[in-house]
Design a protein around this ligand. Structure first.
Ligand code: NAD
Ligand code: UD1
Length: 349
């Protein structure tokens, strides 16, 4: 029988810690490799506290091939979920080499080690940011790709590398074929219902939801709404926000699919993970106010460069092939964000 060990790169981070929790609850053995460059070990302490189960943690960089090979030899995972990566768009424009080195080179090292260890099942954290401009705001997986910043391009390059790898090794009789799910996340928000784990951004948040919740708790003074003259229903940007717990459940469904007929002869396939429903910035603010009873101090500011007017998922392929569907609505996402924020005003510190 195949091992039930899943190796999770970047498992101490925001999405990774929620994935560890769901995997432990589903009785997988969990091995985390994280260099803690953007996370704290406390997240995993709390995951173990919530589940009453233990996981194995290695503080290592995925670019350290020797360390990674040792971990694979010792732990013998059957599948890898690859979250490790840097994700700040602005920083990626300032430091493209850092982003390509960490994200692209890191994935090359990881896949080399996986290949050598004959572990050829991979779930990869991609992003809706890989899509290019399109005529329709609702994205399906076959839309043309065309990321517009180094972070997004690092994800698109990794997708290309993984597709090439799966094609190259598909018909080599001496090799087990690669089975790779590229999961394109829309906008993950929210936190586990316990309020013990959640998103803990360094410094001033770039993304809307952590910014709004830090204004609500008084850490930040005022939210800037980036543009109210977009061709959307109220002029502000529309996005597909998805609860992080629904999102990580998509990873468990992807693991099931990798072991099913859908991937039987090996392949590399992309899936959107979003709700299929878009909300504007003003709708987020209004819903946040009604769920929490807090007033959000905001002002209308100029558009942020690089922002699209509207973008949401067509999640039908994930429903059809992964049998995955979201369960939580926007109010749940906001209530859980606020629960985490109020219980941990300083994050994990
Ligand atoms: P995060 O920063 O909280 O988690 C990433 C984790 O990877 C961190 O714990 C960090 O310490 C670790 N890490 C980074 N580089 C590493 C390396 N070289 N070796 C070992 N560990 C390393 O980010 P997140 O929000 O949990 O995102 C997880 C993944 O999902 C990332 O790849 C990100 O690009 C992708 N993604 C995130 C979002 C989002 O909005 N959060 C959207 C789309 C895609
Ligand atoms: C951003 C990243 C994208 C990444 C995604 C998820 C950019 C240009 N894109 O996308 O690569 O995959 O996060 O992490 O950074 N907004 C405000 N005020 C704020 C912050 C945001 O009005 O202070 C607006 C934005 O203009 C947008 C919406 O809120 O309309 C959502 O923004 P954000 O949370 O940053 O996500 P994305 O822009 O979708």
């Amino acid at each position: 029988m195949k091992s039930r060990t899943v190796l999770i790169t970047g498992g101490a981070g925001y999405i990774g810690s929620h994935a560890c929790l769901e995997l432990l609850q589903a009785d997988f053995n969990v091995v985390v490799v994280d260099n803690l460059s953007n996370s704290k070990l406390e997240s995993l302490t709390r995951v173990q506290q919530i589940t009453g189960k233990t996981l194995t943690f290695y503080q290592a960089d995925i670019r350290d091939k020797a360390a990674l090979s040792d971990i694979f030899a010792k732990e013998k995972p059957s599948t890898v979920i690859h979250f490790a990566g840097l994700k700040a768009v602005g920083e990626s424009v300032e430091q493209p080499l850092l982003y390509y080195h960490n994200n692209v080179f890191g994935t090359l090292v990881l896949t080399e080690v996986m290949d050598e260890a004959e572990v050829r099942q991979l779930v990869f954290s991609s992003s809706a940011t890989v899509y290019g401009e399109s005529d329709s705001p609702q994205y399906t997986e076959d839309f043309p790709l065309g990321a517009i910043n180094p972070y997004g391009r690092s994800k698109a390059m990794i997708e290309d590398i993984l597709r090439d790898l799966s094609i190259a090794d598909k018909n080599k009789p001496h090799k087990t074929p690669w089975k790779i799910a590229l999961l394109r996340y829309f906008n993950p928000i929210g936190a586990h219902e316990s309020g013990l784990i959640g998103e803990d951004p360094n410094g001033i948040p770039n993304n809307l939801m952590p910014y709004v919740s830090q204004v609500a708790i008084g850490k930040l003074e005022q939210l800037s709404v980036f543009g109210d003259d977009y061709p959307t229903r109220d002029g502000t940007g529309v996005r597909d926000y998805i609860h992080v717990v629904d999102l990580v459940k998509g990873h468990l469904k992807a693991i099931e699919a990798l072991n099913s007929d859908i991937f039987s002869s090996g392949s590399c396939k992309a899936y959107n993970l979003g709700t299929g429903q878009g909300y504007s910035v003003l709708e987020i603010i209004n819903t946040f106010e009604s769920v929490t009873g807090k007033t959000i101090n905001y002002k209308i500011s100029p558009r942020r460069s690089g922002d699209l007017a509207e973008c949401f998922a067509n999640p039908n392929l994930a429903l059809k092939e992964l049998n995955w569907q979201v369960e939580k609505n926007l109010k749940d996402m906001i209530a859980d964000t606020w629960n985490w924020q109020t219980k941990n005003p300083q994050g994990y510190n």
